[in-house]
Ligand binder design. Structure first.
Ligand code: NAP
Length: 287
């Protein structure tokens, strides 16, 4: 068997196009372009690349983009004050706090300071809690993108057995909640899971977000299973690989995301959906 590749580029294009149209409508409605603010503490080149790509994404969609760039040695007081100003600014609809922060800054305190209604990456505990309760919430972009990809390719989730490998607050845990909300029966795996292969072989859907190249081998995958690889690992030669042994698993799985080109491209496009949801929440007068 050779798996069908779950390519994300086409879906990302569709999502960006529909977001562009919705943003144009909202711009007329509220009399200005919806605005995304990014708070970034200097020092991480990968972060800077990501922030530039978010700027281009907003530009292309007709949204306003505002960057609050703080020096690498910024204090927590300054960071929290910056977030407070953006929270209070009626011209700012969404706030993206670029993580990870340098070690001298308390990331939890910074996340707690966000207005959850503007929390475009769904990192605030109120959004995480709403999602865990199966209620409407700002959902972190990576798992939301993974779900969009599964839906786009018509993957049936109801009643299927699914495993998520990795339990981080931004990828694994929310992915497990989203799959549960879609009526899959979900097992959340992590570094202490005993016999990961035995668990995964039971499952028709496997989603992986660990950060270890080659962790998921072909013998762990049930023939015909759908495999979503969120892992992004940079090899010594600068190339990108996921957590799945792609060359071997592609021969066993029924569907598989390539890395790069699978879940990644969808992630950013989904962010525009959260920005739109943030504006609509306020337009509708939600608390
Ligand atoms: P993370 O916070 O480091 O979490 C990694 C998870 O993997 C942990 O839950 C850990 O278990 C689990 N794990 C580690 N070794 C394992 C093993 N041998 N078997 C099973 N589980 C194991 O990472 P993350 O932020 O979720 O990112 C994971 C991957 O997704 C990375 O490649 C990252 O680049 C990519 N990604 C991240 C984001 C993002 O927004 N953060 C977005 C897109 C893609 P324990 O909890 O037991 O330690």
């Amino acid at each position: 068997m050779t798996a069908t590749l779950l390519e994300g580029k086409g879906l990302a294009q569709q999502l960006r196009a529909s977001a562009r149209a919705e943003i144009a409508t909202l711009t007329e409605q509220i009399g200005r372009a919806p605005c995304l603010a990014v708070v970034q503490v200097e020092g991480d080149p990968a972060s800077s690349r990501y922030v530039r790509s978010i700027g281009r994404l907003c530009d292309g969609a007709g949204a306003a983009f505002r960057l609050e760039l703080l020096p690498a040695d910024t204090s927590l007081t300054t960071l929290l004050a910056t977030i407070d100003i953006l929270n209070a600014d009626p011209g700012v609809d969404g706030i993206l706090l670029q993580l990870p922060l340098p070690p001298h800054l308390d990331a939890h305190a910074a996340v707690m300071a966000l207005d959850y209604r503007k929390d475009i990456d769904g990192v605030h505990p109120i959004n995480a809690g709403l999602l865990a309760q199966g209620r409407p919430a700002m959902v972190p972009n990576t798992p939301a993108g993974g779900m969009a990809l599964l839906q786009h390719y018509g993957v049936e989730l109801r009643g299927r057995r699914a495993a998520v490998v990795g339990r981080s607050a931004v990828v694994g845990r929310p992915m497990a909640h989203l799959l549960t909300m879609a009526d899959a029966t979900v097992t959340l795996c992590h570094s202490r899971t005993l016999d990961l292969g035995a668990v995964l072989r039971e499952c028709e859907i496997v989603c992986v977000a660990v950060g270890r190249p080659g962790l998921i081998t072909a013998d762990m995958i049930r023939p015909g299973a759908v495999v979503v690889d969120f892992g992004t690992n940079v090899r010594e030669d600068g190339s990108l690989v996921g957590d799945v042994d792609f060359a071997a698993v592609v021969e066993v799985a029924g569907m598989l995301t390539p890395v790069p080109g699978g879940a990644g491209p969808v992630t950013n496009a989904v962010l525009l959906g959260n920005l739109i949801a943030a504006v609509r929440g306020r337009v509708a007068g939600l608390p």
